[in-house]
Design a protein around this ligand. Structure first.
Ligand SMILES: [Zn+2]
Length: 184
């Protein structure tokens, strides 16, 4: 039996209770972000009574998700960093800003599916690569080649920026397309 109710809660700040039996033990079945990543829609199944419900979780100003870096230090999660990294990876590639936003949404869906308080920079990088791979191989390779050496998202973006500047200088107008990659 499938029943769905809608609840609006603040992400990460509220204990989610089943609207039917009031248990606070559930599993997330599906997770989608909307409104530019500001709202996370989660379908949940109560582990007490097995019924399903949906929560709409708004990322409020008070919401804090930390990114855990390789050295275990933590920095506040920032969607802009993901967007920025994607923009750099997709520089001069046939990828629209709408596609880039959509990619960031997908990465956030991955992040918020399991994480309320902390997510590792490794997880974010892996998610970006997984989604980028499907959209554009060149952008994927750019991102991955840099990412593999850097666990920290902040360092990563700085390095990606630097790499593209170098790419620009070296290629000097020569195409860096799929054919080149296939031949390699
Ligand atoms: Zn229940």
């Amino acid at each position: 039996m499938l029943e769905i109710t809608k609840r609006h809660i603040k992400l990460g700040t509220t204990i989610v209770r089943c609207p039917f039996c009031k248990a606070d033990n559930d599993k997330v079945i599906d997770s989608r972000s909307s409104d530019g990543g500001r709202i996370i829609r989660r379908r949940r199944q109560c582990l007490g009574c097995s019924r399903r419900f949906t929560t709409y979780e708004k990322i409020s100003e008070s919401f804090k998700l930390n990114v855990v870096k390789k050295d275990n230090s933590r920095v506040p999660y920032d969607r802009e960093k993901i967007l920025h990294g994607l923009q750099k990876a997709c520089y001069k590639r046939p990828i629209s800003s709408e596609q880039i936003r959509s990619l960031a949404d997908k990465v956030e869906e991955d992040i918020f599916k399991d994480s309320d308080k902390e997510v590792s920079s490794r997880f974010i990088g892996k998610s970006v690569m997984d989604h980028l791979k499907v959209v554009d191989k060149v952008a994927y390779i750019r991102f991955a080649s840099v990412y593999r050496n850097f666990e920290d998202a902040g360092d990563l973006i700085l390095e990606v920026t630097e790499e593209f500047r170098k790419d620009e200088e070296e290629s000097n107008g020569h195409g860096f397309g799929h054919e080149t990659l296939r031949d390699n």
